[in-house]
Every structure is written in structure tokens, then in C-alpha cells.
Design a protein around this ligand. Structure first.
Ligand code: FVH
Length: 287
């Protein structure tokens, strides 16, 4: 759809980056922020400011929501359902999958065109080739806003279930935080002998770069659920036990690794010490 006006709700670090990118690519932008002073540099740069969420909703063809969390989104969207009718509402705020589904259900109840999104980028990446955003929910909403969404980064539609973009976002961030926790522990271990974290970062990047493709091998085992070959639970128990001991020897807590060892101990104690250690994934389902 040509010449769409985009209203952006939220001018934090991410909302500001998105607004700047849209403006720089020739889009008409309307901005609203709880702290109104944050709209001023955007107005100076060519955006229009809305005094209220209702006004921003009324002025935009596409309404991008970039607030802090699910609660702040619902606090500001719920009262303006009438003004959002006929608009394409795209919620880029980080939420859980069920929160995304709840907002999609609320939108459907009010006859709104709603798409949920998740941003796999930091503000500096918006509009660059390494920026990627995930979307899920109403396919028609995605198609209608696609020109705008592709301005922000690669736009991947994940499916009709509104929770899918959020779920993938959360899964990727889960892997990221656990990986970074590993680096933080490695840096603490090496610091005990005077090695700066900067040097450990280089070592960790090189090592992980070489080893990360192994996730593909693990994936094959997990998908097949055939745990009869590969690196065993007992071997991995010994390895993780050594990592924990080494960390403690250096006076560094091994808290991040201990839950993994507990899982492996449990498998071993129940006669599954010879199975591939990725069988630990079978223990993670709860409820
Ligand atoms: N920044 C990042 O690197 C990440 C990358 C991945 C995706 N996230 C998510 O994007 C959402 C916005 O994040 P942000 O970086 O813009 O966050 P802040 O700079 O902290 O700005 C928060 C904005 O939300 C407004 N706000 C907060 N609470 C309320 C509320 N109750 N009612 C209305 N607005 C609210 C805040 O307004 P103000 O403090 O300026 O008045 C900011 O506009 C987020 O979901 C990330 O997880 C970013």
C-alpha cells in the first residue's frame, strides 16, 4: 500500500530507531510517547507528534506499538479499540507467546487487524542487513504492512498462531542468554589468573564459532529421538563434573552448570547413562 502513514507508540531506544528509519526512508510518521518530551527531536526531524494514543491511532494507517511490555501495551491499546478499527496494528513489544495470543484475541473481539511481532535486533541494527523481525498472526495484516515492515529489516512471517513470533524470539534469546552466561563464567575463571575478559571474549568467540555447527548434529539426534549413539550421558557427566570442579578450584561458582549436571545424574541413576547426552531434552517438558 503506497503512502501509508505510520504511527509509532513508544519512543524508547527501539521506537526511536524505528521512527528514524521510517522517516529516513520517506515515510510519513506520527509519534506518541508517555513522556511527551521524547517526541521533540522527532518533530524537529520531520515526524508529527500526537498528544494522545487515540490521536496517534486515528492518524496512522499502520500503528506500530513499541512499548516496554505486555501490560503497558494493554494499558494503552484497550481504551482506543474504536480508533484502531480499520488500521493495521503491529505490536513489536516483547511479550510471551500467550500474551501475544491474548492481545490477538482481544483485537479479534474488537474486529481489529492485528499482527504480533518480535524484533531480533538491537536499535543500531534497525534497517541494516543484519536486522530481522519475526511476525505471526493475521496474514492479511502482514501483507498490508509488509512494505513498511521490510524497511526495518528482513521480515519473516511465522504463521497464523499469533504466539509463534514471540515463541521463536524467546527460544533464540534463551539460547543467547545461556551462551552469554557461559562466557561470563569463562571470563570469571580466566580473571583468576589475570587474563582480561577482552582476551577471553576473543577465545570464546573463536571456540564457539568452530563448535556451534555441532548444533545441527544434535538436532538430528533430537528430531529422530534415537539416542543410541553419540556422546553418552556418562561421558558428559564426567566432563561437566570436571568443569564444575575446575571452576570451584579457581574460587568461581559453577551455579550455571550445576542444573545440567543434576539432569545428567538423574538420567544415569535411572539406567540411561549410555544414551546420547542430548536425551536430556526429554526431561525438559513440564506440566
Ligand atoms: N532495545 C533493545 O535492544 C531490544 C531489542 C529487542 C526488542 N526489544 C523490545 O522492544 C521494546 C521497546 O524497547 P526499548 O529498547 O525501546 O525500551 P526502552 O528504551 O526502555 O523504552 C520503553 C518505552 O516504553 C514506554 N513505557 C514504559 N512503560 C510504559 C507505560 N506504563 N505506559 C506507556 N509507555 C511506557 C517508555 O516510555 P517513557 O518512559 O519514555 O515515558 C518508552 O517509550 C521492549 O518490549 C523490548 O523488550 C528492545
Amino acid at each position: 500500500m503506497p503512502n501509508q502513514t505510520v504511527s509509532i507508540l513508544g519512543l524508547g531506544a527501539m521506537g526511536a530507531a524505528i521512527t528514524a528509519r521510517l522517516r529516513d526512508t520517506g515515510h510519513d510518521t506520527v509519534v506518541w510517547n508517555r513522556t511527551a518530551a521524547k517526541t521533540e527531536p522527532h518533530v524537529a526531524a520531520g515526524s508529527r507528534a500526537a498528544a494522545t494514543v487515540a490521536e496517534a491511532a486515528a492518524l496512522g494507517d499502520v500503528v506500530l506499538v513499541v512499548l516496554l511490555d505486555h501490560l503497558s501495551v494493554r494499558e494503552h491499546l484497550d481504551p482506543v479499540a474504536a480508533e484502531l478499527k480499520g488500521k493495521v496494528v503491529v505490536n513489536l513489544t516483547t511479550t510471551t507467546p500467550n500474551q501475544a495470543r491474548a492481545t490477538a484475541a482481544w483485537a479479534a473481539e474488537h474486529g481489529l487487524t492485528y499482527l504480533d511481532g518480535a524484533i531480533m535486533a538491537v536499535p543500531e541494527m534497525i534497517g541494516t542487513p543484519v536486522s530481522r523481525l519475526l511476525y505471526s498472526g493475521d496474514r492479511g495484516a502482514y501483507d498490508a504492512a509488509r512494505g513498511i515492515l521490510e524497511t526495518l529489516g528482513a521480515a519473516d512471517y511465522e504463521g497464523e498462531d499469533a504466539g509463534l513470533a514471540s515463541l521463536k524470539d524467546m527460544a533464540l534469546l534463551t539460547s543467547m542468554y545461556q551462551l552469554f552466561s557461559g562466557f561470563i563464567q569463562a571470563a570469571a575463571m580466566m580473571r583468576t589468573v589475570g587474563v582480561p575478559a577482552a582476551e577471553t571474549a576473543r577465545e570464546v568467540s573463536a571456540w564457539l564459532g568452530a563448535i556451534l555447527p555441532h548444533t545441527e548434529l544434535f538436532a538430528g539426534v533430537i528430531d529422530s529421538r534415537d539416542y543410541s549413539a553419540g556422546q553418552s550421558v556418562d561421558f558428559t557427566r564426567a566432563a561437566v563434573g570436571s568443569l564444575i570442579a575446575a571452576s570451584r578450584e579457581q574460587g568461581v561458582s559453577a551455579d550455571f552448570l550445576e542444573p545440567l549436571l543434576s539432569r545428567l545424574d538423574e538420567l544415569s541413576a535411572t539406567g540411561r547413562g549410555g544414551a546420547d547426552w542430548t536425551s536430556v531434552n526429554e526431561q525438559l517438558a513440564i506440566g
